[in-house]
Design a protein around this ligand. Structure first.
Ligand SMILES: [Fe+2]
Length: 181
């Protein structure tokens, strides 16, 4: 069974023990159910990787990019605007925002979950089954324009923007113009 904390050291920064356990359980269950023995080799997003020749990109690196980006945005806005971003909610949600990818792809091949449900709907189920709060499920559902659910609160908005920036950062290694993605 993969060591979730070793893959995502940021998990230790989630103060609330229930949230921390929920994130760990969410990934542990996903690994068990998808027979994922090594989280570190799970690809980021196989169709885009094939299209742009970036086969080596991993999901773990992407999730950690999103965590770092969301934190940087929260730091900037808390300092400049006096917002009080709920760091536990944002961090826990960012850590599980793409957990459904384990079910959407088997290696580089799309599964029935990916084909019939799309990204990231199954993540809502994963988050709920792990006992994480509905606010985390909202962040997961609203983190991408692949759903029609828009972010309802700042933590969800920051994770969504961080995800977009992280994905662009991956694509920019192979694209001269991001509009060609
Ligand atoms: Fe993502």
């Amino acid at each position: 069974m993969p060591d979730v904390l070793a893959a995502f050291p940021e998990l230790a920064d989630v103060d609330d023990p229930d949230l921390r356990e929920g994130v760990r359980d969410c990934w542990a269950t996903a690994c068990e159910e998808t027979e994922t023995d090594d989280l570190t080799v799970v690809p980021w997003f196989p169709p885009a990787q094939r299209k742009h020749g970036i086969e080596g990109e991993t999901l773990v690196a992407h999730v950690r990019d999103v965590v770092a980006g969301a934190r940087a945005l929260a730091d900037a806005l808390d300092a400049s605007r006096g917002t009080t971003v709920d760091r536990d909610l944002m961090l826990a949600s960012a850590l599980v925002h793409d957990v459904s990818k384990l079910y959407e792809f088997d290696g580089h091949e799309e599964t029935a979950v990916g084909d019939l449900l799309g990204h990231p709907y199954y993540g809502v189920y994963c988050v709920a089954a792990a006992g994480l709060p509905v606010e985390c499920a909202h962040v997961v559902l609203a983190h991408t324009s692949r759903t029609t659910v828009e972010p309802a609160f700042l933590e969800a908005e920051l994770v969504r923007r961080a995800d977009e920036a992280a994905a662009a950062a991956v694509r920019t290694s192979e694209l001269d113009d991001l509009r060609d993605a």
